[in-house]
Design a protein around this ligand. Structure first.
Ligand code: NAG
Ligand code: NAG
Ligand code: NAG
Length: 635
């Protein structure tokens, strides 16, 4: 029994070994797969005998262990999920199989005839055409990588890439190499080692539709002549470069103009995104914001124009937020000055008492009104006069008193000088307290927003609390017209101060350069509001030309063509030169606390005057009454 099994298996083994004179088809395939120099997961749909399949399997898996080549045999009903990584997938299909078209249909539907999947089709020997009939009805667009293996004679094969530029164009073929038993595989066309996108850059005048966003009707007449270049700037910057891109691809073009970049309204997309989504255009020529919503419907390829929209404002004067008259000394200095004055007050009072006591025998002293009385209120008034640098009509005559007075006036003079110097310095400085959106919201600045489609959209749809509050409280408070305005109006208002304007900075700084004085440009501050990054160029999702677009845009950027256009139409943030020449005039706001004290003081003094007057009247009347009484008594 055991012996029987042994003999049987030996016999079976022998059959396999005897069949080892490998079919040349298997050799071609393994040579070609090796020549690709990529890790490959081979998915083969072959209608061969099992022994030939085993040969093929052995040949493929022994190609290169480090490249992890594996093979599997697939009939026409396999699941999509059990394949490996996309870029490793290599499909091998035998066109002689019955019903292979059904298989191709299915693969086409599952998007396998695209980058990064690779295909090798084994053409039947009776086919004369390079493009086999079995595949001819499927559109293999430029991003596909399909090699047709054709037998010319026994043990001689040739290999071609086949693709179409567009669904309606003719087939194009590229000779890849040939194989014969002696020389094995010879890659004739060394260029083909590069990526397929690079080889197929010449689209031979294929009409590419491209969409631009124009928000102003007149812009279509001024796409290249730099008239009104602050309107639709992003389109005008990218119109020349996207045209370079189409030239690079030798494509002709069809322009489509949309009014907006496209937002989701009631579940469908409008504007340029709508065109891209409906596959009516291949490429969106105006860069648009990179938002998470749009990522699922378009492909972004490059960020040609770094530009951001921000709130720009002149930093308000310090006095708008603070009381300059308190700010000039630190709190500790205030306390110690007060302490010093109090000490001097006590000293002066003590000296005054001492002097009066010592000189009490001098009678003339009482008549001299120029001598400080030893009276607390009188001392206070003297000190107050000294603080206000007003001097005093009374003084102490003794040498000790004079020394104290001298120290008092000297100390207060120095305090006064540094205080006023500080105030002058503070008047010139601007507040740097507004640093975040939240500060901006709680500041006294008024708001304006440049009137563009995307500003209107993103402001009205803001959900983050601070941004929402800015829109609802500052930009469009209920019951008023929303503060959307033209660039010119906004920048002019910004120049007047206390106004934050939301604008595209590159364009806005042109107006800043036009309207602002040199010194005024220094205090400009920017705060970003929109939560988006720089705009990106978008292409249709799954477009077969995506790789070419990417290569083209990179080249255009590397060669400086894009930078040229950007620099023409976008201004950098103005450099601040000559801050010292900036003269700040003092306004009512700066003196407000002083005026407040003056007016309250006047009120208090007037009231006191009235009281004094009444008191005086009363005294006079009482006096008169007393007099008349004595008169009547004497009469
Ligand atoms: C070939 O396709 C036809 C129709 O699509 C189907 O009826 C037939 O069963 C298929 N044959 C094989 C071998 O799959
Ligand atoms: C560009 O395409 C045209 C067809 O529109 C073709 O005749 C021409 O040779 C192509 N140019 C280049 C440089 O390949
Ligand atoms: C969206 O739908 C609402 C109600 O269904 C309708 O009133 C509104 O006009 C629609 N908007 C657009 C842009 O179609």
């Amino acid at each position: 029994m055991m012996f029987c099994i042994f003999v049987a298996s030996f016999y079976f083994f022998n059959i396999i070994v005897r069949n080892a004179k490998t079919d040349s088809e298997v050799l071609v395939l393994s040579d070609v797969i090796r020549a690709m120099e990529k890790p490959s997961t081979v998915v083969a749909t072959l209608c061969w005998q099992t022994s030939k399949k085993v040969d093929f399997y052995n040949a493929v898996t022994s190609i290169d262990r480090s490249r992890a080549a594996t093979a599997r045999f697939d009939d026409m009903k396999h699941a999509k999920k059990d394949y490996g990584q996309d870029q490793h997938m290599l499909f091998v299909a035998d066109l002689k199989c019955p019903n292979i078209s059904a298989y191709f249909d299915k693969k086409k539907e599952e998007q396998y005839f695209r980058s990064p999947f690779r295909w090798i089709l084994i053409s039947s020997s009776e086919n004369d055409e390079i493009v086999p009939n079995e595949i001819a009805y499927i559109d293999l667009l430029p991003d596909s990588e399909v090699i047709v293996l054709r037998q010319i004679e026994a043990d001689t094969y040739d290999l071609h890439f086949i693709y179409k530029i567009s669904p309606n164009s003719d087939w194009r073929t590229q000779f890849y190499g040939s194989w014969n038993l002696e020389q094995r595989f010879v890659k004739t066309n060394q260029q083909l080692v590069e990526s397929t996108a690079l080889q197929r850059l010449d689209l031979l005048g294929f009409e590419m539709s491209i969409c631009y966003v124009l928000t102003d009707n007149d812009s279509i007449n001024h796409l290249t002549d730099e008239v009104n270049d602050h309107i639709d700037t992003i389109t005008k910057v990218n119109f020349p470069t996207t045209n370079h891109l189409l030239d690079f691809l030798n494509a002709s073009r069809k322009y489509i103009f949309a009014e907006t970049w496209g937002y989701r309204v009631n579940g469908s997309w409008n504007g340029m995104t709508g065109y891209l989504l409906r596959e009516e255009v291949e490429i969106g020529g105006s860069p648009m914001f990179f938002t998470s919503e749009r990522i699922s419907v378009v492909d972004y390829i490059a960020s040609p124009t770094p530009t951001r929209s921000k709130f720009v404002f002149q930093q308000p004067k310090l006095s708008y937020e603070n009381n300059l008259f308190l700010l000039s000394f630190r709190t500790s200095v205030w306390y110690s000055s007060t302490g010093l004055i109090f000490l001097l007050l006590l000293a002066l009072f003590a000296v005054a008492i001492w002097e009066w006591k010592k000189n009490s025998h001098h009678i003339y002293r009482k008549q001299d009104s120029g001598i400080l009385r030893a009276n607390f209120v009188d001392v206070i008034i003297l000190i107050f006069g000294a603080i206000c640098q007003q001097g005093s009509p009374v003084e102490l005559k003794g040498s000790l008193g004079r020394v104290v007075m001298l120290i008092l006036f000297l100390a207060l003079m120095f305090l006064y000088t540094s205080y006023s110097a500080n105030i002058v310095a503070l008047l010139q400085s601007s507040s740097s307290q507004i640093r975040t959106l939240d500060d901006l919201l709680h500041s006294r600045l008024k708001f304006g927003v440049h009137d563009t489609v995307f500003n209107r959209y993103y402001f009205s749809t803001a959900t983050e609390p601070v941004r929402k509050a800015i829109y609802e409280k500052k930009v469009a408070p209920p019951g008023t017209t929303p503060r959307f305005m033209s660039m010119e109006e906004g920048v002019k208002k910004m120049r007047k101060g206390l106004f934050a304007f939301h604008m595209e900075t590159g364009v806005g700084y042109k107006f800043v350069g036009k309207y602002f004085n040199e010194g005024e440009k220094c205090g400009l501050r920017e705060i970003q509001y929109l939560q988006v990054i720089d705009p990106w160029l978008a292409v249709r999702k799954n477009t077969p030309y995506r790789e070419m677009f990417k290569i083209g845009m990179k080249r255009i950027q590397e060669h400086g063509l894009q930078a040229r256009e950007n620099r023409l139409l976008y201004e950098k943030r103005p450099k601040c030169s000559g801050r010292e020449s900036n003269f700040v005039s003092v306004s009512m706001v700066d003196c407000y606390p002083a005026l407040l004290i003056l007016s309250y003081g006047s009120l208090v003094s007037l009231t006191l005057l009235i009281f004094e007057f009444i008191y005086h009247k009363r005294e006079t009347i009482i006096h008169k009454l007393k007099h008349s009484n004595t008169h009547s008594h004497s009469m």
